[in-house]
Write a protein that binds this ligand. Structure first.
Ligand code: SIN
Length: 279
């Protein structure tokens, strides 16, 4: 089987000619190249087992066990991203980058489709390399040297849980006491695999720009968020039975669409540990 990589127009690359149950060292290098250049690797027609989901993830780093999602009973390394027919909210419905609140943020997540609704439930991705490249020269130089604070507290903490009614998201554990992470990262990072610059702030977890006053920082974050959400940077991934997406948190945002009321959607997610980020 020979691997083929087809970059999408906006974000990500589609990789075919690979069985994720059996990956070679050169497959791993090609997937790292896809992540470091396009931000997401998409795969179709896979039949990956839970054991091989774990084995595949470990080619890229240690597994980062999620503090807030319910794990599979026999596989604590695998988090369930689940929406039941009776639930009105889903996990990941706002634009975000997983784990940006950690001092050493996760490399990325490998999401495997297990049960899909008849229609809907696509995931949107934004290419933060392309969003950075398209900024004006003036804005690029303004961003150099800035840092941002990211936090888990307002998303997974006690107040957020209460505001949500506490019972809408079965995929989440009620452990708001674990939401204690704050981290500072450069606003523009160099991607650890490719060295390419990417914008590293996101609407869900970024709380402020450290070097600017509150109003100026908020205005700049909003300008970046509006810019990044343009269609030319956004790819819509339509899940099918056997689909797998491996996104790199250092190069993308993602958002799970909540447009399949009354249907079940179950995904298995493994998050891979990353490295400290530098500008
Ligand atoms: C997530 O944010 O991890 C969920 C993505 C999805 O369910 O499509």
């Amino acid at each position: 089987m020979s691997m083929t990589m087809t970059p999408g127009d906006e974000a990500g690359a589609y990789i075919s000619g690979i069985d994720l149950n059996h990956v070679s060292p050169s497959d791993v290098e090609s997937i790292k190249a896809a992540l470091g250049n396009y931000g997401v690797a998409f795969f179709r027609d896979q039949s990956i087992t839970s054991d091989n989901h774990i084995a595949f993830a470990m080619h890229f780093g240690d597994i980062n066990i999620n503090r807030f999602f319910t794990p599979l009973a026999d596989y604590p390394q695998i988090a369930q991203v689940l929406k039941e027919p009776e639930h009105d909210r889903n996990i990941g419905e706002n634009w975000h980058t997983d784990h940006s609140y950690d001092q050493i943020p996760a490399l990325g997540s490998i999401l495997v489709a297990r049960e899909l609704p008849d229609s809907g439930g696509d995931t949107l991705f934004i290419n933060m390399f392309a969003a950075y490249d398209a900024l004006s020269t003036d804005l690029k130089s303004k961003l150099q040297g800035l840092t941002a604070t990211h936090s888990s507290r307002h998303v997974f903490g006690a107040k957020a849980w209460e505001d949500e009614g506490g019972s809408d998201k079965t995929g989440r554990l009620k452990n708001s006491d674990a939401a204690t992470q704050d981290a500072i990262h450069p606003l523009v990072i160099k991607h650890p695999f490719s060295g390419k610059p990417a914008l590293y702030v996101n609407p869900e977890f970024t709380v402020k720009i450290n070097e600017l006053g509150e109003a100026e920082g908020e205005a700049l974050l909003n300008e970046i968020y509006t810019h990044a959400q343009q269609p030319q940077f956004m790819h819509r991934f339509e899940w099918q039975a056997g689909s797998v997406a491996f996104w790199d948190n250092r190069a993308t945002w993602h958002k799970a669409l909540n447009d399949y009321a009354g249907q079940r959607r179950l995904m298995h997610r493994i998050t891979v540990q990353g490295v400290a980020l530098h500008g």
